[in-house]
Ligand binder design. Structure first.
Ligand SMILES: Nc1ncnc2c1ncn2[C@@H]1O[C@H](COP(=O)(O)OP(=O)(O)OP(=O)(O)O)[C@@H](O)[C@H]1O
Length: 420
């Protein structure tokens, strides 16, 4: 059902829902648009509305082909809406869920597009603060680029910052999505452009690997890993591509490349990545056995229990807002996180910490998406084995009860799995 947004826009149909609100397909004086209608509780926040208006000109002036343009900001009674360019296509999360991993050329091309968008934003003094696959839209109507990748556009500029108003978060809170948060944010430093580079390198890693480098398990554990753990090269990854990712995942913000350099370096690499297939990195994990003992021996999963928050979302391929959603679409959930900044000893592992040496590549971390896929497979296997044993026992019992020919011999047991 159509609804008016301010005096100039009409929203027709819901395109999707995020944690900050609902995105509608709409139209305005210049044709079709996407309208992000912020959640009521956000729209009712006076401080947020003021920031919204303050950000107005910065957002409206960020005009770049790799950034979803914000055309208008509407404050109308209790409604707060961002009117954006309409992108016909899907978001990168949806593509990743479909393909699980992208070929290096396509992954690098998409990351280069996003880096271009970030370069323009950073030059304008804007930090995105929430770079993740959900915030990258793929334009299905334009010509495909290298590796068959559709042109990518970065969206949701300014939203993380808007949500980060003093009345909504305290000075010690963290804003962002845990898997993509740079270590300096976890340590409580103000977010600068380098946080976007770290998040983009995380996205690029995820496009290649199918999982993020530090995700999985309790959100607090994810934050700590950003600060304490290093990441090993993905098997089979071209060395130069790995060097770029590695440099942009540096703990020290100053060691990371700037967006414009990253875009250039990625584009320079594209010819050498042409035709390479997606990395073949966790087929053995898919088989579900090779690293089980190591996984289960890692106390982290045990300490935090199975598939809480981040791991559940990661297992489903989704990003991991620290504040869990309430029931139902567009529920009154918080955007991103209001988690406090961990103390130094907690980051270092502390008395109850779980800091560990870097894992060998390919090993699933307890609590990670892969760990839970393995654990789930093992659980199903166990259920199957128990069911088979019960069936066998019933069969034997039935045979004993009904056998007229009591020779003392039992039927041969059915062949079945006996391991684990
Ligand atoms: N400009 C746009 N054009 C077309 N579709 C869009 C546009 N912006 C967002 N969408 C679609 O609307 C949906 C919700 O987007 P939204 O930005 O609200 O949430 P999100 O980024 O997925 O999650 P979150 O806000 O929790 O980070 C997404 O599926 C996205 O594909």
């Amino acid at each position: 059902m159509a609804r008016k947004i301010g005096s100039r826009y009409t929203a027709h149909q819901i395109l999707g829902r995020g944690s900050a609100g609902t995105v509608w397909l709409g139209d305005g004086p210049e044709g079709p648009v996407a309208i992000k209608l912020l959640r009521e509780d956000l729209a009712a926040d006076q401080d947020l509305v003021e920031r919204f208006v303050q950000e107005r000109s910065a957002l409206l002036h960020l005009d770049h082909p790799r950034v979803v343009g914000v055309r208008d900001l509407v404050v109308d009674g209790n409604e707060l809406a961002l009117v954006m360019d309409l992108v016909r296509g899907t978001d990168l999360r949806t593509r990743l869920e479909r393909d699980r991993r992208l070929a290096p050329e396509a992954a690098a091309a998409i990351a280069a597009d996003v880096a271009d968008g970030l370069a323009a934003a950073h030059a304008a003094g804007l930090v995105h603060r929430d770079v993740k696959p959900e915030n990258v839209l793929l334009d299905a109507l334009s010509l495909e680029g290298p590796g068959g990748a559709p042109p990518a556009l970065l969206t949701d500029f300014g939203v993380a910052k808007l949500i980060d108003s003093p009345s909504r978060t305290r000075a010690t809170s963290i804003i962002g999505t845990p898997d993509y948060l740079a270590p300096e944010i976890v340590e409580g430093l103000p977010p600068r452009a380098a946080v976007d580079i770290y998040a983009l390198a995380t996205v690029l890693y995820e496009l290649l690997a199918g999982f993020t480098p530090f995700g999985g398990g309790h959100p607090g554990a994810v934050l700590r890993r950003h600060v304490t753990e290093s990441v090993a090269p993905l098997p089979g990854i071209p060395d130069e591509l790995w060097q770029l990712i590695h440099q942009c995942l540096a703990k020290a913000p100053a060691s990371r490349l700037r967006a414009v350099e990253l875009a250039t370096r990625l584009r320079e690499l594209l010819p050498s990545l042409e035709g390479l297939p997606p990395l073949d990195i966790d087929e053995h994990v898919e088989d579900g056995y090779e690293h089980d003992e190591a996984d289960e021996g890692d106390g982290e999963g045990a300490a935090h229990g199975p598939a809480t928050g981040a791991a559940q979302a990661a297992a489903g391929g989704g990003a991991v807002p620290l504040v869990h959603s309430r029931v139902g679409p567009d529920a009154n959930r918080d955007t991103h996180t209001s988690m406090r900044v961990p103390a130094a000893d907690e980051l270092a592992g502390g008395a109850h910490g779980t800091a560990r040496a870097p894992r060998p590549v390919g090993e699933a971390r307890a609590g990670s998406a892969r760990h839970h896929r393995v654990a789930e497979r093992r659980r199903r296997l166990k259920i199957g084995v128990v069911a088979a044993l019960v069936a066998a026992a019933l069969a034997v019992g039935g045979w004993l009860a009904t056998s007229e020919d009591d020779t003392g011999s039992l039927p041969a047991p059915a062949a079945g799995y006996s391991g684990d």
